[in-house]
Design a binder for this molecule. Sequence first.
Ligand code: NAP
Length: 321
Amino acid sequence: MKQKIVAYKALPDDVTAYLREHAEVEFVDGNNAEALAAALKDADGAIGASVKVTPAMLDGTRIKALSTISVGFDQFDVADLTRRGIVLAHTPDVLTESTADTVFSLILASARRVVELVDWVKAGHWKGSIGAPQFGVDVQGKTLGIVGLGRIGGAVARRAALGFNMNVLYTNRSPNETAEREYGARRVELDTLLAESDFVCLQVPLTDATRHMIGAEQFRKMKKSAILINASRGATVDEPALIAALEAGTIHGAGLDVFDQEPIDPASPLLRMPNVVALPHIGSATHETRHAMARNAAENLVGALAGTLRNNIVNREVLAR
Ligand code: NAP
């Protein structure tokens, strides 16, 4: 009998066809938790993204593998999956460069006020040569502090050091020797990074240790001219504290791809601030990269169900059983 896979996100046609070569595939609306739980009841595996898959949804199922179309896996209780012997696969690497491009878009757009000034031109305010009220700040030659210099942080560091002649500081629990050797990145304590950086860029995974790691106390340690860039997960930053810091001028601005609540409430004060660039979580969202991620996640799932997957596994301990 063919195995059954639940897809809780739309997939490209060729990826669906690939999955159907290996299993029966049932599509379900990932935003409907009840429908997802019902579909999982007689499934062997599932593929999707941006939806919480809770332990309760897995009770009484025979699920052997879950495959998320993302590198982040904060939507899962990994310890619970491991206890159940369920493999969790993710898609590192394929999205690294596109996400680093998004980070750099935020850095440039925030520093040079691109979005604000586009709106200003479109509103008909450009009536003569521009002056200091329209000036931004330089990016090249400045100091970039990367909180979490891993795959994506490394690709951001490369752009910064080799393309923009920036000094790169970073915090990690362990050193990133490649970034130190090739991009001159310097590992420092978080307080030093906050005090010395012109741009503070978060690229840590969301975990118990990183939730709200940047809050009121950290904003006070940053330069008044500093710009916060967050393309990790909304909850790594204490959002009300960020709003307060921006309103009080404790820091200069923010470039944000992620928020506490997504989609963001249209009434959020962040959306009224000209010094905030807000994107709808587009980190990896290019046609090419989203296709590669879906393909990668599908291959991960087929491999995990066949017991042959060795890479891209979040909870490798399951294999040792
Ligand atoms: P990664 O290679 O695992 O890098 C994460 C880095 O964070 C590592 O260098 C890690 O170093 C560091 N880190 C982890 N916990 C830390 C802690 N408690 N304190 C300080 N540093 C810590 O992951 P990645 O592929 O670069 O992805 C990073 C994150 O970006 C993902 O988890 C995801 O949430 C987010 N992301 C967002 C988008 C988007 O659309 N905006 C797209 C892709 C990814 P140590 O282990 O040495 O501490």
